[in-house]
Design a protein around this ligand. Structure first.
Ligand code: 5GP
Length: 126
């Protein structure tokens, strides 16, 4: 089934400048900003500027340039915020939710970068 993109979603509105955001990094293809309801001392959302609904949609259909740009922004944030274990940081968690079972609230692909405290188990046991 094709991924139907809803251009009225809140992140599309942020990308159009209709809603303010606290930007961390912006490039030609990617925007990263602080989550409005942080779940950890660091909670950054990284989104592509293109109209992608989920991780698998982005992974399947984005250009090589978009894919590289997105992931380099993630790496830059991990370095800049002192999270990367590669530079002695404490680590972090990268999460993406997709669709109903994934608990996705905003239907524009986004990666959550969480850190600044031990984050516990990845998923609640049912
Ligand atoms: P999801 O549940 O879709 O994986 O995550 C959506 C995230 O977007 C949530 O963590 C929520 O706090 C965040 N969010 C929702 N609306 C806004 C907004 O208007 N601005 C910002 N910065 N974050 C938002």
């Amino acid at each position: 089934m094709p991924h139907a993109y809803d251009p009225t979603n809140i992140f599309a509105r942020i990308l159009r400048g209709e809603i303010p955001n606290k930007t961390v990094v912006e490039t030609a293809h990617t925007l990263a900003f602080h989550d409005i309801a942080p779940q950890a001392p660091v909670h950054v959302l990284v989104i592509p500027k293109g109209a992608y609904v989920t991780f698998d949609h982005f992974a399947a259909e984005a250009s090589a340039e978009e894919l590289v740009d997105f992931h380099r922004v993630c790496a830059q944030i991990c370095a800049d915020l002192g999270l990367s274990i590669g530079s002695g940081g404490p680590g972090y968690r990268a999460i993406t939710n997709a669709g109903g079972d994934g608990g996705q609230e905003v239907p524009h692909y986004h990666l959550h970068l969480l850190g600044g405290r031990p984050l516990g188990r990845m998923v609640e046991r049912a």
